[in-house]
Design a protein around this ligand. Structure first.
Ligand code: MLT
Length: 326
């Protein structure tokens, strides 16, 4: 995506720009920073971003503002950051969708590896298979039989192709060999509103967006997609307990556009680590069924490794399922 400077005069201009960038990095940040969340407000990615951004604001001495750019399963917001100035003032907080989109979209407007500088991993969030409160099946075993019987008559909410909720739905449908009717939203925040209102049957979404409603009995929870039950939802069985072959955890990462000054990336990584070590953040994450990554994982290296290995992993799963955005 980025232009390659071939001419020596242009190379000279670039050297001057780099020198200016270096001076700028010393004062960084000198203005508010925008973190683009590629899904609607009020959803699980937004929740993680706002918790982390609050502590990063205090740590960096500048406001870290969250901007929601939903659409196209997270690819719209990611594309916006890929094309943004690489000055450290526009960042992207995205999840596993960074690794699934390259296999789902033939014409992705960015390269998930080449167009971003990784800053660090943030957290891994389990998912929950949930339904409107008056949905007929009572247990995961009932649900499996109900899906197999009713297939396309069931409406399944997701946040578009490339979203975590879409990936989980894909895994459910693949495991059961049936198709449900997918209803896309700009994020699972608005999808949850419709689930609560009974306009949609079911969804698979991160615990950061379902814990409160499950605990309040406002929606039905059939399973968690983690290998063990969760402390915050001890009555919800694992998918394995109910005989569903599906395990998935949603990891989140923070990115800057490619070419951002390494000194700025270093400052942002340190600030992310400070946010993840913060007691309020850790407590809220725990209440929502998730834990921040360790300091060693909140690094550019760990995020780069995770991203590239997950791109390879999901490429195989998605090719086998025969799914694409076209
Ligand atoms: C969101 O923040 O709305 C979600 O992460 C959407 C999803 O990926 O399912």
């Amino acid at each position: 995506m980025r232009s390659v400077l071939k001419h020596s005069i242009l190379a000279g201009v670039a050297a001057v720009a780099l020198a200016a960038g270096g001076a700028h990095a010393q004062d960084y940040p000198a203005q508010p920073i925008t973190v683009v969340v590629p899904f609607a407000a009020g959803g699980p990615t937004d929740t993680v971003a706002r918790l982390v951004a609050q502590v990063m604001s205090e740590d960096l001495g500048q406001q870290v503002l969250v901007q929601n750019v939903g659409g196209a399963g997270g690819t719209l917001g990611a594309g916006q950051v890929a094309a943004a100035a690489n000055d450290g003032y526009t960042l992207l907080l995205h999840h596993i969708g960074m690794s699934t989109a390259p296999s789902l979209y033939a014409d992705l407007p960015y390269d998930a590896i080449e167009d971003f500088e990784p800053i660090g991993l943030i957290t891994e969030v389990p998912m929950t298979i949930v339904a409107r409160a008056d949905f007929e099946p009572e247990t995961l075993e009932d649900l499996i039989a109900y899906i197999q019987e009713n297939g396309e008559n069931i409406t399944y909410a997701n946040a578009g192709i490339g979203a975590a909720s879409q990936l989980c739905g894909l895994l459910i449908m693949d495991a059961l060999g049936v198709q449900m009717t997918e209803v896309p939203y700009q994020g699972t925040g608005p999808a949850m509103t419709d689930l609560l209102g009974g306009q949609i049957d079911m969804m698979c979404d991160q615990t950061t967006n379902t814990t409160t409603q499950i605990q309040a009995g406002e929606i039905k929870a059939y399973a968690v997609t983690s290998p063990e039950r969760l402390d915050n939802l001890p009555d919800v069985p694992t998918t394995a307990e109910g005989g569903l072959n599906l395990e998935v955890g949603i990891w989140h990462g923070l990115y800057a556009p490619a070419g951002t000054d390494p000194a700025i990336i270093e400052r942002l990584t340190a600030s992310l680590q400070t946010a993840l070590a913060n007691e309020t953040v850790a407590t809220r994450f725990a209440e929502l069924g998730t834990t921040p990554v360790t300091e060693g994982q909140a690094t550019p290296e760990a995020l780069a490794d995770t991203l590239s290995s997950q791109i390879d992993l999901w490429a195989e799963v998605i090719a086998a399922a025969g799914v694409s955005a076209q």
